[in-house]
Unconditional design. Sequence first.
Length: 528
Amino acid sequence: MITDNIQTGVIHNPILKGFNPDPCIVRAGEMYYIAVSSFEWLPGVRVYQSADLADWKHCTDILTHQVDLRGNPKNCSIWAPQLSYYDGLFYLIYTDVKSTKRPFKDCHNYLITAEDIEGPWSDPVYLNSSGFDPSLYHDEDGHKWLLNELWDYRITEGNKSCGIVIQEYDPEQCQLIGEPVKIFDCTPLKKTEAPHIYKRGGYYYLITAEGGTGSGHAVTVARSKALLGPYEVDPLNPMLTSRDNPELPLQCAGHGSLVETPEGEWYMAHLCTRPLEGEYAILGRETAVQQVHWNEEGWLRLTSGGNTPQLKVPAPKGTQFLNQVRTLEFEDDFNGQELKKNWNTLRIPRNESWCSLAERPGWLRIRAGESVQSLFEHHILAIRQTDISFRAETALEYEPNTYLQMAGLLLYLNEDNYLYAYISQEEGRGKVLRLMRCQRDEFTAEPVMIELNAGETLRIAVEVQEVTGQFVYLKGDDTEWKPLGDPQNISFLSGGFTGNFVGIAAHDMQQFGGSSADFAYFRYQGKE
């Protein structure tokens, strides 16, 4: 649903609702783009586009085949992409994180390019592994420089993100050259990451994130007359933060990047959260924008004053648009030749081998994969939860032969936190509808068990109101929805680096791929 109100000059935050963290904003011609982290979900690196900085639409997803994420732990995989545009070419830098088990981090940085944002993209060029959040700076003299956070495993207590390093990149050789130089140490906020460099007024400005990605998150700005430093820190640092102000509607503000409009106005995209009950960020880390300016001393400031994020922001001058308050409506009736692009999968790309629109026309057939906690072949299709309250519904046909086979509808944060309404088989009861819950790695099989008839279609829905979720079902020709067990507190579907997803899936621990579930449709309706 879209509520339209014609206004001039107001942007409502967040501009990208739901799991859309670590935004990198760039302008190419008259169009603005934001790339966000995708972590273990594929396709990787979601990109949104806008002509006015207010109304954003999902444009494309870049990593469709270039990565292998199977086995990567939760909260790893694709971190903090950086998108830049120079001389008619898009450059994407991203990290594939294989492990975060301390004291080390296995984080590999890559570069790909394309003439069009929708591709085709070049094959990945491996860069380095010394730290995450890589960023490419195109200097005025034509040289290109890679920046990244530096990870120091030797630090036994506290701050292993010990600063920012820079190294020249040679596009002809497609490799880094020279030696890396550390150009910035941490401020007292510590945990320095997410570097971006911008040049203005004879200064190189280094924009970083500090304080960690939680409640202490912040944007730190430093500047230098020379690219390699030394850099002086903004005397009023941090430039943007929600720390020490838990009443703000936008929390965890940080990880900023800048864009200049054709008229010379400046904006910063940054991540934020909207915790329910002051604690549970079920939608994950979202994206907001703030209008900024350069003061007389040449430091970056919010035009609103102070350093806290605002819900309403002035739009670029001269723009008039339908100021839209959006709730997501999404439906896939599975009648086309391709799945709609809003779908995501876990660690593996979707393909005909396990999710097919051709095997039963008008239906989506999901061939059952490994368990719901698998890090390798979890056969799930899901979309981001983008609204605090919503209803999601599906209909499926599935004929399991054992309790080891199951298919249904999930609320899914990660392999340690999910709610799953599923069809299975129970000895002495036959085909049944059940509910399982895994909360912070503690598994519970809920006692509710609804007997089903063989061969009939079952409709399952979940209705979420803030931190409460209720699964309901409709059997055969029934006309009245019935509750599947009691309402569930879903506050545990928050935390980590991602956000909650809503999906459909099939699992078979009897024989991998030994059964299939057919889904007739999937609908998601956000609510005000």
